[in-house]
Design a protein around this ligand. Structure first.
Ligand code: SAH
Length: 273
């Protein structure tokens, strides 16, 4: 199944497991709720660039819009948000109308690898936990660089590899990786170093990154708790086999975080003036 079909199928169910923010949380104390921590990840990213009422921001892989709504409400920026999922865009557009944010946030069903926006049309490009779903990171970074104005900033956060995987790793982890793929879609994680080098190659400057694996890790227990608590309503969208696979995926992710195979990171860079 391609990622578009995957996201169309799981978007409703995921809100019952992940909440409206389809990304990990940033747990500073560990005592936060999932909602507080996922909002905190948005705020942590947003603090890395000047984002205010004069800012035009492109949200790449926008889910059902929760990060965009928070940015529009707290920072007052104007947002174009894109996703390949028709279902995600429909849910986000409806939520935007209900929140009275349609004048601030516009959602479009578009591919991040060919976003069709004009050159130099955004101050900030925001890539929150969608880049692992795009194999061609060069292309993603090139498109982001193209649509940024000189001096603009790209902000990205995602699940990362803590070290490059060897063929032996892929062989050893083949069963785990296939369970993860059944729950989360086809993913291609990379190291922070890889992201930095790829952005550099596409012309970004002032590139920086931060490993926030420890702050992201408690997310996995929260997803498991939500899944077990919501098994009855979830049965409307996913069969038991899918739910069991999701629960197992959380266990696998915890194990791979513990083994320092996977982690979570933030990468930033600027387009030269
Ligand atoms: N940023 C959102 C959603 C993250 S989930 C949030 O934090 O809540 C990943 C999102 O990336 C989904 O909306 C999925 O449809 C989108 N996506 C995956 N591949 C994409 C592509 N090639 N172009 C645009 N969006 C994509």
């Amino acid at each position: 199944m391609n990622n578009q079909a995957h996201y169309d199928r799981i978007t409703d169910a995921w809100t019952l497991i992940l909440g409206e923010n389809l990304h990990y949380g940033y747990f500073e104390s560990g005592g936060e709720t999932l909602r507080q921590a996922t909002d905190a990840l948005v705020d942590t990213m947003a603090a890395l660039a000047p984002i205010d009422t004069n800012t035009s921001l492109l949200d790449v892989g926008c889910g059902i819009g929760a990060p965009a709504f928070r940015l529009a409400e707290r920072n007052g920026c104007t947002i174009s948000a894109i996703s390949v999922s028709a279902r995600g865009i429909a849910m986000a557009t409806e939520a935007s109308r209900k929140k009275g944010l349609s004048n601030k946030v516009a959602f479009h069903q578009r591919d991040a690898l060919d976003n069709r926006f004009a050159e130099a049309s955004f101050d900030v490009v925001w890539v929150m936990e969608s880049s692992h779903l795009m194999r061609d990171k060069q292309r993603l970074c090139a498109e982001n660089h193209r649509v940024l104005r000189p001096g603009g900033t790209m902000l990205l956060c995602d699940l990362i590899l803590k070290r490059p995987l060897t063929l032996a790793d892929i062989y050893r982890l083949r069963e785990e990786l296939s369970v993860l793929e059944s729950s989360f879609g086809k993913a291609k994680m990379e190291t922070l170093d890889f992201y930095q080098k790829t952005m550099h190659a596409q012309g970004f400057v002032e590139i920086d990154s931060r490993d926030i694996s420890d702050e992201a890790f408690p997310t996995l227990d929260k997803w498991q708790e939500n899944l077990e608590r919501n098994r009855v309503p979830l049965a409307e969208y996913l069969d038991e086999k899918d739910l069991d696979a999701f629960a197992r995926s959380c266990e696998i992710l915890k194990e791979l975080f513990a083994q320092e195979v996977l982690g979570y990171g933030i990468v930033t860079g600027a387009k030269d003036d």
